[in-house]
Design a binder for this molecule. Structure first.
Ligand code: SF4
Ligand code: SF4
Length: 186
């Protein structure tokens, strides 16, 4: 695991952007570590979540946006629930992912591809189509044999369907995603 580089230059604009995008005042964090203690993904992070908060306070934009941690976060909300300062820590992690994506920092390419593919299936079908998601994810990442042995059992137990479900208002759901994408590119 890495350590915080507090000596590096402070990007004040970054600190303000994180506050605006997340709606959270990260300055309130006093490094108690409760978020990190409850985070189920700390074992895989390069920086634990409390260090990410410290790095945001210190305006370490490059280190934060290029970290693996913000992509490996499972959005479980344990950190938010535990924070004694009522900081929505998971919301800050989400805002950081959006910033990283926008600014071309996406460190964990497979995670970004999974999210993109997930949204594509929702845009097309109005809800997630699991089998389509898995097949497209495999094709885009080359992870052809990942968990492929689970497919027959899941199909037999009807945990996934061969064809996408038809839902009412799928066009409206697709429109929401298309509008959001258009807003992001203007
Ligand atoms: S939301 Fe993310 S950072 Fe927070 S505890 Fe869950 S996995 Fe860890
Ligand atoms: S739980 Fe809250 S105050 Fe404690 S380290 Fe995490 S963000 Fe900071």
């Amino acid at each position: 695991m890495n350590t915080v580089r507090l000596g590096a230059s402070t990007d004040k604009e970054f600190i303000e952007s994180v506050a605006t995008e997340s709606g959270q005042d990260v300055r309130r964090c006093y490094q108690c570590g409760k978020c990190t203690a409850g985070c189920p993904f700390s074992f895989a992070y390069d920086y634990p979540v409390s260090q990410i908060m410290r790095m945001v306070q210190a305006g370490q934009k490059d280190a934060v946006l290029s970290s693996r941690a913000i992509w490996l976060c499972g959005s479980c909300q344990a950190c938010t629930t535990r924070c004694p300062c009522n900081i929505d820590v998971a919301g800050v992690m989400e805002a950081l992912r959006h910033m990283a994506r926008r600014e071309g920092y996406a460190t964990e390419k497979a995670v970004k591809t999974f999210w993109d593919t997930f949204l594509k299936t929702v845009e097309r079908n109005g809800r997630v189509y699991e089998l389509g998601l898995v097949v497209e994810f495999m094709a885009r990442t080359g992870r052809v044999f990942t968990d492929v042995d689970l497919a027959p059992t899941m199909l037999l137990k009807q945990k996934i369907d061969l064809l996408p479900h038809k839902i009412k208002g799928k066009e409206a759901v697709g429109d929401i995603i298309r509008k959001f994408k258009a807003r992001k590119t203007t």
